[in-house]
Design a protein around this ligand. Structure first.
Ligand code: DQA
Length: 252
């Protein structure tokens, strides 16, 4: 059986097979877009009805039905792909929820490189919860504080800079975990200074007690406060600090 597959594959060129893969990828891309639109629709209904974003039973049922319809050797691949798709769907639904409602303050929550790998990256430091759970947590905390939030994560320094620039006139403040760029980026510091919005720096871990290079923060100069070592809760604290800064009378 294995031999047959090999003979079949080697009779065609890599370019030929890639052409087929490219066509399949285009179909997948179209289908992912269609699926995400439906996901958003469900997200709106869930938000309206106050239903939770995370529905583990539904995710398991979808996976069960799908994996039983494919060959055993690709079940693991399909499961991994769908776990990622589910996580992204939850991010979209949580972002949508966080962005709805009558709120008095509007805050951009910006997360830097590798924070999309939460749950996978160094769990002994960053915990087992993934980025989708962080977005959900921030959405919930913001709702409790009556703050409208948009959560954005990027691994790219230029994109983070552009997002900071674009926040001018659109947000009242920024909660920022620049991740590794904290310790290297003058460009992010300058972007924060340029827009002049109040910004709270956040880190999940206690950066001051890790490697010495993590004790350096370029962005801190442009921040009104810094919250470190409090995990997800640090984002709630950062939102509260911003609120107190922007609406001091409301907190008395
Ligand atoms: C981090 C700390 C940074 O030093 C590190 O590079 C990160 C995450 C934190 O949230 O603890 O990626 O910002």
């Amino acid at each position: 059986m294995e031999k047959k597959i090999q003979t079949e594959t080697s009779s065609r060129s890599v370019a030929d097979v890639r052409k087929e893969i490219d066509a399949i990828d285009r179909q997948i891309a179209e289908l992912v877009e269609k699926r995400m639109r439906r996901t958003d629709e469900i997200g709106e209904i869930k938000a309206e009805k106050g239903l939770p974003v995370f529905d583990p039973a539904r995710e398991d049922a979808v996976l069960e039905a799908l994996t039983s319809s494919v060959s055993p050797d690709v079940r693991q691949d399909l499961t991994a792909l769908y776990r990622l798709l589910f996580a992204r769907s939850r991010v979209r639904q949580s972002e949508l929820r966080a962005g709805s409602g009558e709120n008095s303050l509007s805050v951009l929550v910006l997360n830097g490189p590798n924070l999309d790998m939460l749950g996978i990256r160094e769990p002994e430091l960053y915990g087992n919860r993934d980025y989708a759970s962080l977005v959900e947590f921030i959405g919930q905390a913001a709702k409790e504080e009556n703050i409208l939030v948009s959560c954005v994560q990027s691994n790219s320094e230029p994109e983070l800079i552009d997002r900071i620039h674009a926040s001018m006139g659109r947000y009242d403040g920024i909660v920022f975990n620049p991740a590794a760029y904290t310790h290297t980026s003058v460009a992010l510091l300058d972007a924060l200074k340029a827009v002049g919005l109040p910004c709270v720096e956040v880190h999940l871990t206690d950066v001051s007690s890790r490697e010495p290079f993590r004790a350096v923060s370029y962005v801190r100069q442009a921040c009104i406060a810094c919250v470190t070592g409090e995990g997800f809760e640090g984002y709630r604290k950062a939102l509260k600090i911003l609120k107190e800064h922007l609406l001091p009378s409301e907190n008395k």
